[in-house]
Design a binder for this molecule. Structure first.
Ligand SMILES: *Cc1c(COP(=O)(O)O)cnc(C)c1O
Length: 448
């Protein structure tokens, strides 16, 4: 596969952009490849600068629910831009998008728009701290909440001890206020509340964690978190930046019947433009400036072009009553096909899907937390990813990222993906049989 132009472009980018990319996962480091530079997209397809085309299951990391260059979204963006790109004043479009979101996600009584998921989560946590007058937060190992300091805390520390910074530049003081617990383990949460009585401001969780691959909560787990937060006066924050309008019209909270105090959104609500938001109970949101004392602001927050893309996207969501059922049917068809193919070639796998997102873990055991996810065979994943690229399929470039479907994917494309997997695995076994078999037989994860 010739990727000359992408390789040249990466070298050019590295001369002027730190690491050659504006977000680290784009570098394709975890699959040992050089990034592929894209030129355009249409529906479920991506086109690179070297002339290859790919069936896209990355969908801009989940942001594109309707696919690339959806006509209604494109039209809305062009129309809005022609009227001016930013005014620094309120516009009607902000209320319009807010009304759409509030109507479909009832736990959000008041909302505020920001420009990235990172901004949304760090604003929500500041608000929770301001509202409760407490400083500690609880998060779960493997849940990603953007790159705010409080969230970049190592997963490896003991369940009840204060976290250790995951990145240089995060101070120990910040890390001490973050308690990291294993997902799906209720006892750990009960113990954290008991040990830190009266000092936990918020518990933040991806209700369906999607940043260690897609992991589902055990039945009742999220409701139990809701009850513990209520009992201990902590703010329950659902980080639905990925799952909001992705797994269901009302997000994971609608599927699970749990009402968080605050919710963070991003990705889908911007239709591919930089929009994110946080919102929830009116009483808590009233603490924000200008009504209240908790400061939060943004020069381009609620930008009219970005709002237009969001309104067009959520307008389709509001009108299309079978969208999520169709996406989930496709996800089930694909994950079942992939699982069968992996198993037919002698590789165990565990799959998860919800609405328009799915994951395949190359491991024999059920995956319910970060430790389970880390058992995935990374080396096999990297080989599979590369073999699928050659067959014109672009998956999320890491075994710890979710994949996404859009409204433009078709059953025929799903079947083509399964057939490509059969061919990729057969080719891998033919060329690389001994190391692959050895990995499989040892059953352990091997380093890339
Ligand atoms: C993507 C993501 C974020 C961060 O959003 P950015 O827009 O990349 O800052 C936060 N939380 C979750 C659950 C995400 O998936």
């Amino acid at each position: 596969m010739k990727l000359e132009r992408s390789i040249a472009e990466f070298a050019r980018a590295r001369n002027v952009i730190a690491g050659g990319v504006n977000s680290p996962v784009r570098a394709l480091g975890s699959v040992g490849l050089s990034p592929i530079f894209m030129k355009s997209g249409a529906g479920a397809m991506l086109y690179d600068v070297d002339g290859h085309e790919y069936l896209d299951y990355l969908m801009s990391w989940g942001a594109l629910l309707l696919g690339h260059a959806h006509p209604a979204v494109t039209r809305a963006i062009v129309n809005a831009a022609s009227r001016g790109t930013s005014f620094g004043t309120p516009t009607e479009s902000e209320s319009q998008l807010a009304e759409l979101i509030v109507s479909m996600m009832p736990s959000i009584e008041r909302i505020r728009f920001v420009s990235s998921g990172t901004e949304a989560t760090l604003s929500a946590v500041r608000l929770a701290r301001g509202y409760t007058g407490r400083s500690k937060i609880v998060k779960f190992a493997g849940c990603y909440h953007g790159h705010g300091d409080s969230f970049l805390i190592a997963a490896g520390s003991g369940a009840l001890t204060a976290g250790v910074p995951d990145s240089p530049g995060v101070t120990e003081g910040v890390a001490e206020d973050t308690i990291v617990l294993p997902f799906n383990d209720l006892v750990a949460v009960e113990e954290a509340f008991a040990t830190n009585a009266g000092s936990i401001a918020a518990l933040i969780v991806e209700p369906y964690p999607g940043n260690m691959g897609l992991i589902l909560p055990r039945p009742g787990y999220l409701l139990e978190l809701r009850e513990l937060c209520t009992q201990h006066g902590a703010v329950l924050i659902f980080d639905e930046v990925m799952t909001g309008f992705r797994v269901a019209r009302g997000g994971a909270q609608a599927r699970e019947g749990v009402r968080p105090d605050l919710t963070t959104l991003g990705k889908v609500i911007g239709g591919g433009l930089p929009v994110a938001a946080f919102g929830g109970r009116a009483e808590i949101m009233a603490q924000l400036a200008p009504d209240g004392p908790v400061y939060q602001a943004g020069t381009l927050s609620g930008n009219p072009v970005a709002m237009a893309a969001g309104i067009a996207t959520l307008g389709v969501v509001a009108a299309d009553h079978t969208l999520y059922e169709r996406l989930e049917a496709l996800a089930l068809r694909l994950t079942a096909g992939l699982k069968t193919s992996f198993e037919r070639h002698g590789f165990p796998s565990f799959v998860n899907c919800a609405g328009g997102m799915f994951s395949i873990f190359l491991t024999r055991d059920e995956v319910g937390d970060l430790r389970g996810a880390q058992a995935t065979d990374r080396s096999l994943f990297a080989k599979y990813f590369g073999a699928m690229l050659e067959r014109g399929v672009y998956f999320a470039p890491s075994p710890f990222e979710s994949n996404f479907l859009c409204a433009a994917h078709t059953p025929a494309e799903i079947d083509r993906t399964v057939a490509a997997t059969d061919s990729a695995l057969a080719a891998l076994l033919a060329t690389d049989e001994r190391p692959l078999r050895a990995m499989h037989l040892s059953g352990g994860a091997s380093e890339p």
